[in-house]
Design a binder for this molecule. Structure first.
Ligand code: AMP
Length: 215
């Protein structure tokens, strides 16, 4: 099952992808996570990406495509993946088809997590991320059991530098500009399914699992 999660920042793509990955025993591939790791490790890619990410803009296509192509060479994707954060533009959707096509694979299902702006701003304003395992928490909706520490691995929690209101609004603007063409692209090939992601995370997860079982 080669599954793409589509949706605005804060729709819960990361949270859902992690749960789905466990449930369906597939790797979770997040372009945002890979980029943040590069920033943290101060790699050449990380140095190029940092300023762009902090402004809420998109890292150039060629850099992200190369990064993803390399990631897809890992044999762990032989039975599928949960892809989160890519594609973000029509050009990226076409690149994704090309990269996968060259490896004899194709996308099976695209789930669009539809969310209102108010929910997004609230979710991202209070989001906490584990510096070790990447698990997400929320100061109000999903607080960690022990303040500042991850429930799963004990890693320290931090707020992403791009989760401030100004950058969130920019990320939303960038997202909205591109999403319609992506929806059209995947609708045409009948791979798109939409869900209301304002609902409880457990309900959304079950709906995605049900959709994936029908493919
Ligand atoms: P995310 O974790 O998906 O919210 O991504 C965080 C940031 O990483 C984005 O605001 C972009 O700057 C960058 N990024 C992640 N995925 C992509 C992508 N597919 N194309 C370009 N930039 C990306």
């Amino acid at each position: 099952m080669y599954l793409v999660l589509l949706g605005p920042p804060g729709a819960g793509k990361g949270t859902q992808a992690k749960k789905l990955a466990e449930n369906l025993r597939l790797p979770h591939i997040s372009t945002g996570d890979i980029l943040r790791r590069n920033v943290k490790d101060n790699t050449a890619l990380g140095k190029q990406a940092k300023g762009i990410m902090d402004k809420g803009l998109l890292v150039p296509d060629d850099l992200v495509a190369k990064m993803l192509d390399e990631r897809f060479n890992n044999p762990d994707i032989k039975n599928g993946f949960i892809l989160d954060g890519y594609p973000r533009t029509l050009a990226q959707a076409k690149t994704l088809d090309d990269i996968l096509g060259r490896k004899g694979k194709k996308i099976d299902l695209v789930v669009y997590l539809n969310t209102s702006d108010e929910v997004i701003i609230k979710r991202l304003g209070g989001r906490l991320v584990c510096s070790k395992c990447g698990a997400n928490f929320h100061v109000i909706n999903m607080p960690p059991k022990v303040g500042g520490a991850c429930d799963n691995c004990g890693g320290s929690l931090y707020q992403r530098s791009d989760d401030n209101e100004i950058t969130v609004r920019k990320r939303l603007e960038v997202y909205k500009k591109e999403v319609a063409s992506l929806i059209e692209y995947y609708s045409k090939v009948k791979k798109l399914r939409s869900l209301n992601a304002d609902l409880d995370a457990g309900v959304v997860l079950k709906q995605i699992i049900d959709l994936s079982a029908k493919v």
